[in-house]
Design a binder for this molecule. Structure first.
Ligand code: BES
Ligand code: ZN
Length: 616
């Protein structure tokens, strides 16, 4: 069996012996066969003497040939592929003829094929796009799927620059997580070139191909999408530059050149993905009123937290997401006021509680640690709100304990300065915190670090947030709660109408925290607020969830329609789980609906739902 990377339990790469520093990709995208003919030219640097092999991660890739790239000519190298592990793929070992000495550079070229089985890619038929005319392809590499598009050291502990040439059918456009450097016609195909000069972890390599057009929304930002939704997308995300500027003010100048957004087809499995220079976002953000753009503030915050300062492996994922949520809420606070940011934090507390409940219920309390052990675990299985919200809680608590934003914001800046372009773990974070706040050591020593990092369940300290905006949500929820016994309940719609989108979400969260509602109450809510017809996907999802929790069959058709239109995992998973628990009829419908939509979903999402429903 291949050995694991000493700094990453989810990778086979021997980064401690030889580290990848630059990759050039040449990809020819073939929609007929759903394959990509590929060449990767890797430049690596030996980290010690006598290095005889390069171990790369792969998954479902076919490597045809490996060459040592020499000055004049290339020489073929021998290699072997270890047996494939279901979670981590197969270690691919290149044997060097001459051992490397420390600091020596080596260049290898791999000719390979990306197969239809690549877990990182979703190939969409024209019918799965908005325009229905052209096929579409997109990648999602986080956490450990880059190895299914390139044989690579697939650990966030190592960073690389990359360049790429991608050829596609001439009516389509390719975009990558990099700066666009050229566009050429090559026969009946088009070639797009890219360069990412800031070093990044492998999970930030990204590709999208489709009928994609762009509209500029800021001096360094273009919104890209299928033409049919471009105007709507450009309008929704017009505030992008304001977020970037606020991030720069909080942390450091934005160093990636451009910040573009790509609005993906409905099956994109996440809300957003911080691919550098080109954030990917779900079309469920198009609420028509800019009410869901905090996701963009979140992805922009990753430009520093995650993309510049990166977790060393997925056990310290909170260093990416917890810090990002913290910065996201700082941006919200600066642009929309402290109360709004605190309100978001309260929504976060709910999300954390839901994750804790679900993970405990499903027999995995150990996943609720801020730093979970990932040996033998697929990071996708461990993914939850815990790193986001427990991580945020820790930083919020530290800020308050250490003396507030005036002392903590300079620390955040220093953290970025200290660790930019590096990969770090929780100990690095803690050591530098102690170094920066050397004069506050006695305060830091009062923090129960062990409990924060390694104990499952609730955070050891619960923060108090300003609940001015949340109060009205609880009051309205209680008003409905009191109607449980009524056969024809009525509640005035005025207070709900006055709520902003976040408060509507919170109101539904409050209802979700209570016992399932009697059906006449749900019918009255629908009659009063017309929730079956709302366009905001966050509101719609929670409403349907509330109905399913009560096995309210009137809502089943609305839930199945929604599940056929939206592929964002966060919505899809909770609704399938709730439908599956909504009596025998619901359980049957959950399975039937999933089997019908399986191909619509991204492979990562389909895999997770299949597990949730016990279908294999
Ligand atoms: N980087 C994450 C998405 C991700 C995490 C993909 C782990 C794969 C593995 C992204 O920044 C994110 O957190 N997205 C959130 C939005 C956010 C506002 C919390 C999402 O997708 O909902
Ligand atoms: Zn994130």
């Amino acid at each position: 069996m291949a050995a694991f990377c000493p700094t990453d339990p989810n990778s086979y790469a021997n980064t401690h012996e030889v580290a990848l520093s630059h990759t050039h990709l040449s990809w020819a995208v073939n929609f007929d066969t759903k394959t990509i003919d590929a060449i990767a030219v890797h430049t690596l640097i030996a980290q010690k003497d006598d290095v005889k092999k390069i171990v790369l991660d792969t998954n479902h890739l076919t490597v045809d040939k490996v060459f040592l790239v020499g000055d004049g000519s290339d020489t073929e190298l021998s290699s072997d592929l270890a047996p494939r592990d279901e979670k981590f793929g197969a270690a691919f070992t290149i044997h060097l003829k001459k051992p490397l000495s420390a600091k020596e550079t080596v260049k290898v070229s791999l000719k390979y094929t990306i197969t239809e089985k690549s877990a990182a890619l979703q190939w969409l038929t024209p019918s799965q796009t908005v325009g229905k005319q052209h096929p579409y392809l997109f990648s999602q590499c986080q956490a450990i799927h880059a190895r299914s598009i390139v044989p690579i050291q697939d650990t966030p502990g190592n960073k690389i620059t990359y360049s790429a040439d991608v050829t596609v059918p001439s009516q389509l456009r390719a975009l990558m997580s990099a700066v666009r450097t050229g566009e050429d016609v090559v026969g009946d195909r088009k070639k797009f070139s890219f360069s990412q000069k800031v070093s990044i972890p492998s999970y930030l390599i990204a590709l999208a191909v489709g009928n994609i057009e762009g509209k500029q929304v800021g001096h360094r930002s273009t919104v890209w999408s299928e033409p049919e939704v471009l105007e709507a997308a450009a309008w929704e995300f017009a505030g992008t530059e304001e977020f970037i500027k606020t991030g720069e003010d909080l942390l450091s100048p934005y160093d990636w050149g451009i910040y573009d957004l790509l609005l993906l087809p409905a099956s994109f499995p996440y809300g957003g993905m911080e691919n550098p220079c080109l954030t990917f976002v779900t079309p469920t953000l198009l609420a028509g009123d800019r009410s869901l753009v905090d996701v963009v503030a979140h992805e922009i915050s990753h430009s520093w937290m995650g993309n510049l300062v990166t977790t060393q492996n997925w056990e310290h994922f909170w260093l990416n997401e917890g810090f990002t949520v913290f910065v996201e809420r700082k941006i919200t606070g600066r642009l929309h006021g402290r109360q709004t940011a605190e309100f978001q934090a309260i929504i976060g507390v709910k999300a954390l509680q839901e994750s804790l409940d679900h993970l405990e219920e499903s027999g995995h309390p150990e996943y609720t640690c801020l730093c979970p052990r990932l040996k033998g675990q697929d990071p996708d299985d461990v993914f939850s709100s815990v790193p986001y919200e427990k991580g945020f809680s820790l930083l919020y608590y530290l800020e308050k304990t250490l003396g507030g934003p005036e002392v903590f914001e300079p620390y955040l800046k220093a953290h970025v300065r200290k660790f930019a372009h590096k990969s770090i773990n929780t100990t690095d974070f803690k050591n530098y915190l102690y170094e920066f706040f050397a004069d506050k050591k006695s305060i830091l020593d009062t923090v129960d670090w062990d409990a924060w990092f390694f104990k499952p369940g609730k955070p050891p300290v619960l923060n108090q947030y300003d609940d001015t905006l949340a109060k009205a949500c609880e009051e309205l929820a209680q008003e409905w709660d009191k109607k449980r016994g009524d056969s024809n309940p009525t509640v005035d719609r005025a207070s709900f109408d006055k709520f902003n989108a976040g408060q509507k979400i919170m109101f539904l969260e409050k209802l979700l925290a209570k016992d399932p509602f009697p059906h006449p109450v749900l019918a009255a809510m629908q009659k009063t607020y017309d929730l079956n017809d709302v366009g905001n996907a966050e509101i719609k999802c929670r409403w349907l969830w509330l109905c399913l929790n009560a096995s309210y069959e009137e809502a089943f058709p609305f839930a199945t329609v929604f599940l056929g239109q939206v592929g964002r995992m966060k919505f899809v998973r909770v609704l399938y789980r709730a439908l599956n628990k909504a009596g025998p009829k619901g359980a049957a419908l959950a399975k039937e609906t999933f089997l019908k939509n399986r191909n619509f979903y991204h492979p990562i999402c389909a895999g997770m739902v299949a597990k949730d429903l016990g279908i294999q």
